[in-house]
Design a protein around this ligand. Structure first.
Ligand code: UD1
Length: 356
């Protein structure tokens, strides 16, 4: 079986790692096409190096642009790429503009399309990611759902016939990296104090960064924490703070560049808590048993909230210290699987190829 993966943004490189290893282990051919949506070294190359993924077969180098322009540039180049490689499956990941562009390109030329992380919904139509994932699910031939809740969303939309629940591939890579960093701690960036309590924070979503008042409120909230906050600043956050004349370093905040994946796992494992608007990080905090505050009105990963380890606080009204000082019961459930989702996703693609 020949699978062509399309990736472009940081969380997709993380999901690509277990899929690549599972495809190779099963003796399949894997072609990797990088759209170039993310291009800074610490947003892209470092993930390939740390997670043992080979260099992409192609990098389309589209770079940053407004949604329409960026998606259109990818769409045009991806069509040519699919025609060159004629894979058995185009595999797309998550909900970024790279995901949507690849989905449209594939179905237009009747190319078989599988969507990994299908069925997640925030029901927030202001989020660009919500459109990307809904449109991709309706285009795809095979929907690889991470959870039962995701499969229920797909069933509600009439898509249960194409759905297979495989578990969450980020759990695979999170657990294996956790084990690695527990054996041998990664070198942390300059200025990272290994002693003492701290909170890890990331804020990058358009709805939080692109309005000056909202961003100012979130920064003031972080700055007021009595536990020191280590803010891992995404390029969008840096650019927007500069544009609005806002200081990232204020109060109890210290600023770091984005971390590599092993560094991030190490940081979260040893943190008192996480404050984030990232989908991936709230789930990783749950898997690593670190309490989390999510600065959004809703989450796609509802299990983290119902099992008590994640609290939604879009308006920044809860005190960080109070939330983190609560007592947390270790859940016995494993809503995201046991770390074998990638192998199950590969099997689902093999079976769907045979049967249809
Ligand atoms: C994208 C995804 C989002 C995902 C996030 C992970 C979409 C619509 N959004 O958001 O779902 O959670 O990736 O990080 O696809 N930039 C750089 N260097 C880079 C990449 C980006 O400086 O390597 C800057 C540019 O100013 C760019 C901005 O960040 O305009 C935003 O990048 P973009 O890829 O458009 O969206 P993200 O916010 O990263």
């Amino acid at each position: 079986m020949r699978v062509l993966s399309v990736v472009g943004a940081r969380p997709q490189f993380v999901k690509l790692a277990p899929i690549h290893h599972a495809l190779v282990a099963a003796g399949h051919q894997h072609i990797i096409v990088h759209t170039g949506q993310h291009y800074d070294r610490d947003m892209s190359d470092i993930f390939f190096e740390d997670l043992g993924i080979p260099h992409p077969d192609e990098n389309l180098a589209v770079g940053s642009a407004a949604h329409g322009r960026q998606t259109a540039a990818m769409l045009e180049l991806l069509e040519e790429s699919f025609l060159r490689h004629t894979p058995d499956w185009v595999l797309v990941y998550g909900d970024t503009n790279s995901t949507l562009a690849a989905s449209i390109a594939a179905v237009k030329i009747h190319q078989r399309l599988a969507h990994l992380e299908a069925g997640l919904r925030s029901f927030n139509r202001q989020m660009p990611e919500e459109h990307n994932r809904v449109l991709t699910d309706h285009a795809a031939d095979l929907l690889l759902a991470p959870t039962d809740v995701a499969a229920q969303h797909l069933a509600t939309e009439g898509l249960s016939g194409r759905t297979v629940v495989v578990g969450d591939v980020m759990t695979d890579v999170c657990y294996s990296t956790r084990d690695r960093v527990q054996q041998s701690a990664p070198k942390m960036p300059n200025g990272w104090n290994v002693e003492g309590e701290y909170v890890v924070s990331t804020i990058h979503r358009q709805e939080n960064t692109d309005d000056a008042q909202r961003l100012s409120k979130i920064l003031a909230y972080l700055a007021a924490s009595t536990v020191p906050v280590r803010l891992l600043a995404h390029p969008r956050l840096k650019a927007k703070a500069e544009e609005f004349g806002l200081q990232l370093t204020q109060g109890n905040i210290s600023v770091f560049d984005p971390l590599s994946y092993p560094q991030l796992m190490h940081a979260v494992l040893n943190a008192k808590g996480v404050v984030t608007d990232s989908g991936g990080l709230q789930k990783e905090a749950f898997l690593l048993r670190t309490p989390c505050i999510t600065v959004r009105t809703e989450t796609e990963w509802v299990e983290t909230v119902t099992l008590g380890w994640n609290v939604l606080d879009a308006e920044c009204v809860l005190t960080i210290d109070e939330v983190l000082n609560k007592s947390y019961a270790k859940p016995t459930e494993h809503p995201y699987g046991m770390g074998i989702a990638a192998a199950r996703a590969v099997r689902a693609m093999e079976e769907a190829l045979v049967h249809g």
